[in-house]
Ligand binder design. Structure first.
Ligand code: G4F
Length: 329
């Protein structure tokens, strides 16, 4: 039986990854940030299972800045694999809180690498990197060799973390990998990211609960995949005989307008009648042409994304409709 440790276990990816690893018979330990609210709704279904919680799934409190506690957790649970998902992940917010972003996203990763470097039994390590490291690239699609040119505090923090992972692999011999993930969405996506904001609004507007939704720039293009599929490749990366970096993407890009169109079409509405723009959601600078070339992941790991627009938007809107209807009953 293998043991995994997941940072950011309460997030969208953490929850899908936990389910995957539990189905594969892993013991799963998760690091949870202490706060006054219990923000682990995405894990509730496992938390309430007597056969799983505290038998196959264990949660530990720690902050990414708290090296001593994280080292203690690693020494206690002796993981075979560490999946590092945690960090300040909102690109727009990173302009408001650049120091916090760098503290958790950049330094948090370095601290984990330093802890692992000192362990006698070193676990394999996966860092969830981001397409934001490419910023405004010269080439599209981007691959593992594309130079990093980040244009947001978040992208800069991720570029630092990504390069540290490569450095620790090459200089200290750690089995450390970067999954360079493009946007990946699902019904579990946080409500402040554009996709979920749109699908929730489309569902609520169709049920007569609101009239419109306020967004920022509609021109951005993204390579949107389905998060439930992305955790599979995260796992495969750590099962591969060699540590390496992989772009994780669908290979197709769409605009925010395309996502709006697919979402509102699902409920039989025209998005143009329900969207307003608000400068509050505009960013001082934006990545452009962010579309990934997932060829290496397909060749080496046998992984290929299956779900993209319009199916992705449809399944998210359907889930939001079901959620609203459950509350209304
Ligand atoms: O949904 P977003 O906030 O995602 P973004 O910035 O691409 O970042 C996400 O994907 C990255 C790559 O995988 C991750 F590294 C990162 O952690 C995060 O998961 O914004 C997407 C696009 C942008 O062009 C943004 O300007 O949507 C545009 N947008 C327009 N109106 C909006 C809004 N974004 C947000 N969050 N909220 C809006 O109202």
């Amino acid at each position: 039986m293998k043991t995994a440790l997941i940072t950011g276990i309460t997030g969208q990816d953490g929850s899908y990854l936990t389910e995957l690893l539990i189905s594969k018979g892993y013991l799963v330990h998760g690091i949870v940030r202490r706060s006054s609210t219990t923000a682990r709704a995405r894990l509730d279904h496992l938390f309430h299972r007597e056969d799983i919680y505290n038998k196959q799934l264990f949660l530990h409190y720690a902050d990414l800045a708290d090296t001593t506690t994280i080292r203690r957790i690693m020494l206690k649970c002796v993981p075979d694999e560490v999946y590092h998902l945690a960090g300040q992940s909102h690109v727009g917010a990173s302009f408001e809180i650049p120091e916090t972003t760098c503290e958790f996203t950049a330094m948090g990763t370095l601290r984990l690498l330093e802890i692992i470097r000192d362990l006698e039994r070193k676990p394999k390590f996966l860092h969830i990197s981001s397409s934001e490291i490419f910023g405004r690239p010269d080439q599209a699609p981007q691959n593992e060799q594309t130079p990093m040119r980040p244009v947001t505090p978040y992208g800069i923090a991720k570029a630092f973390a990504t390069q540290m992972v490569t450095l620790y692999r090459e200089s200290f011999g750690l089995f450390a990998c970067n999954a360079i993930c493009y946007n990946h969405e699902s019904p579990l996506r946080g409500e402040s990211f554009v996709t979920r904001k749109i699908t929730r609004a489309a569902a609520a507007i169709s049920r007569g609960l609101q009239d419109s939704v306020s967004l920022g720039s509609l021109d951005g293009r993204r390579d949107w995949g389905y998060a439930a599929e992305y955790v599979e490749v995260m796992w495969r990366m750590l099962q591969h005989e060699q540590a390496d970096d992989f772009v994780v993407a669908t290979g197709s890009d769409f605009s925010v307008k395309d996502f709006l169109s697919a979402s509102f079409r699902t409920v039989g509405l025209d998005w143009k009648n329900h969207v307003t723009q608000d400068p509050r959601y505009m960013r001082p600078s934006e990545g452009t042409r962010l579309v990934g070339d997932p060829g290496k992941a397909e060749r080496v790991l046998g992984w290929k994304a299956k779900t993209t627009l319009p199916k992705l938007a449809e399944l998210m809107v359907q889930a939001d409709l079901e959620k609203l209807d459950r509350v209304a009953v």
